[in-house]
Design a protein around this ligand. Structure first.
Ligand SMILES: Cc1cc2nc3c(=O)[nH]c(=O)nc-3n(C[C@H](O)[C@H](O)[C@H](O)COP(=O)(O)OP(=O)(O)OC[C@H]3O[C@@H](n4cnc5c(N)ncnc54)[C@H](O)[C@@H]3O)c2cc1C
Length: 438
């Protein structure tokens, strides 16, 4: 058993001095990553790799003259959201785990429910700063094209079919800020960022109760197709199945052995959405539609993944979850594929970002079914490759998804990763075990 070194940084100066030492380090913040098992990392990281804690660096929030939000140091999504709201503004990204760090969110290209209405975090970054391998703080702008010594033409051509996905199987590498977005800390450490904000407008949630998707997902698909024309009015279109809801205490469960889809809309758009969208659905009875206040909805939304996490912890297994996004045309295929998983004799649940055709299917295996579930996941990823879908659209690759992402990389991507590492990490000090080493 290796006694791994852990260092906490309390200032950028301490961080810079450590980076100058060139020691291999996995920098982290809140450790909420579902693809890096921080609790059980032995054997997945090289013995000499240090864990570098950034969550001890004091955070700061302020608005720029353009009302963009400047974040430096360790700030959680919850803090950023509360700060903005107290100034009548809003950030547009809303990951379910609000205790995760905002700068880490850039490193993982994190998304969340609001991507439906506001696209991904990548499109909300104005600029950012990072510390490079020499300990210099460098600025990157979203307005400037990424110019590198390497030719990115083929890489960009490969990326093109994924342009409308929340995240592709590999980072975008189109503008300067992409260098740190979704590269999971393998090219430097982000120290500050400027994110676009919008004026705060009160929101409300419309809940729709549905039959279990395993029995009949036609009503679900009717909603999926209907909401696509309302991306300006609907900020989020989320799904939680009856199995996920069953982990909640009965008083928190809005359904009776039913699935739910809920929509986040501005209060001022409520009537219009009801009239122009919900009342026109042919497979949903109006008595199955109701409104829920934002606080209650938030509580429900966060409780589900946390409850699942706890159940797995008690069983001593790690969740075998998917993070697949497909095109609207392939969404029926994805749901049908997930339905085939429900006959395998392994517990499961399904939830996620329905409007974006991005769902998390989770096997809840007993320890003896772990390998079996992994084989089943490999079967899914072969299909996702065939469908030109994105296998990990939100939670990143980290350590746990490396073996599954490898078939999505061709020689083009591998050459670009090698060249990027040579240019930005010549000493191999930034998360050397990350996906760029696939
Ligand atoms: C219940 C639950 C719900 C979740 N919901 C969502 C969701 O809706 N959307 C979503 O996208 N994710 C979600 N996640 C996953 C996770 O919260 C995100 O991946 C998040 O961005 C990780 O942030 P963190 O602060 O915990 O980072 P960590 O887990 O500490 O680190 C994650 C990665 O970021 C890198 N990193 C961290 N800080 C920096 C930095 N300053 N510079 C460079 N690299 C850095 C690390 O090296 C590592 O590779 C969820 C997780 C849980 C447990």
């Amino acid at each position: 058993m290796v006694d791994r070194k852990i260092i906490s940084f309390y200032s950028n100066e301490e961080l810079i001095s450590h980076i100058k030492s060139g020691l291999p380090t996995l920098f982290h913040s809140s450790q909420t990553s579902t693809v890096i098992p921080f609790e059980n990392i032995q054997g997945l990281l090289n013995d000499e790799t240090i864990l570098g804690n950034l969550s001890t660096i004091k955070g700061r929030l302020e608005f720029t003259s353009n009302k963009d939000l400047l974040i430096s140091g360790f700030v959680t999504w919850k803090e950023a959201k509360e700060f903005c709201r107290s100034h009548g503004r809003e950030i547009m990204t809303s990951p379910t785990e609000e205790l995760a760090g905002v700068l880490a969110g850039i490193a993982t290209s994190c998304t969340g429910e609001r991507s439906f209405g506001f696209q991904n975090l990548r499109s909300q970054i104005v600029e950012l700063q990072y510390v490079d391998y020499q300990g210099n703080e460098k600025k990157l702008s979203a307005n400037k094209k990424l110019e590198l010594a390497i030719d990115l033409t083929t890489y960009q051509n490969d990326f093109a079919p994924y342009m409308n996905f929340k995240n592709a199987p590999y980072p975008r590498l189109l503008v300067e800020t992409d260098l740190m977005t979704g590269t999971e800390g393998q090219l430097g450490v982000i120290t500050s960022a400027v994110l676009k904000t919008i004026s705060y407008e009160e929101e409300t949630y419309l809940f729709i109760l549905l039959p279990k998707w395993e029995d009949n997902f036609e009503p679900h698909l009717e909603i999926f197709h209907a909401v696509q024309a309302f991306r300006k009015e609907i900020r989020a279109c989320e799904f939680i199945d009856s199995n996920s809801l069953s982990y909640l205490p009965p008083e928190k469960n809005p359904g009776k052995n039913q699935d739910v889809i809920f929509l986040e809309v501005r209060k001022s758009d409520f009537e219009a959405i009801y009239e122009n969208l919900l009342s026109k659905l042919t497979l949903i009875n109006e008595e199955n539609i109701f409104e829920m206040a934002s606080g209650k909805c938030r509580d429900l939304r966060v409780s589900v993944p946390r409850a699942i996490f706890e159940v797995n912890g008690r069983m001593g297994v790690s969740k075998k979850g998917t993070d697949v996004q497909v095109t609207a045309q392939m969404f029926r295929e994805l749901l049908s594929f997930y339905r085939s998983y429900t006959h395998l004799g392994v517990g499961y649940n399904l939830f996620g970002h329905f409007g974006d055709a991005h769902l998390h299917f989770n096997f809840m295996p007993t320890p003896d079914k772990n390998d079996f579930c992994n084989q089943e996941l490999e079967r899914l990823y072969r299909k996702v490759l065939e469908w030109n879908g994105s296998p990990f659209a939100e939670h990143g690759i980290g350590l746990l998804k490396k073996k599954f992402i490898a078939p999505f990389f061709t020689e083009h991507q591998k050459i670009v990763f090698r060249d990027l590492k040579k240019e930005f990490d010549p000493k191999g000090q930034f998360f050397p075990e990350g996906f760029m080493s696939c």
